[in-house]
Design a protein around this ligand. Structure first.
Ligand code: FES
Length: 90
């Protein structure tokens, strides 16, 4: 998961990413991403969707499959790294 890959950077203060639970439930690790697949569609897990509704402004009636753009807020705890990506942190 992305949070595991950047944990040491966060601990060392090299990446200003909020991080609390590390379990995908608190919504603290909001990021935006740009990667090779950006511009396509992404299917959120049910847990990520629920946390995003509570903490990241996702509409409650959003479908699980939504456009994957750098404007989409994701949670680092739910992102599997499949290719090089650029992380934008608030
Ligand atoms: S740190 Fe809590 S959801 Fe990622």
């Amino acid at each position: 998961m992305l949070i595991s890959s950047v944990r040491s950077l966060v601990s060392d203060g090299k990446l200003q990413l909020a991080w609390r639970c590390g379990q995908g439930t608190c919504g603290a690790c909001k990021v935006r991403l740009e990667h090779a697949g950006s511009g396509g569609m992404v299917t959120l897990g049910g847990k990520e969707k629920n946390v995003m509704i509570r903490h990241a402004g996702l509409a409650a009636d959003s479908p699980l499959t939504i456009p994957d753009t750098p404007e989409l807020v994701r949670l680092a705890c739910h992102i599997q790294i499949k290719s090089d990506l650029t992380i934008y942190v608030k």
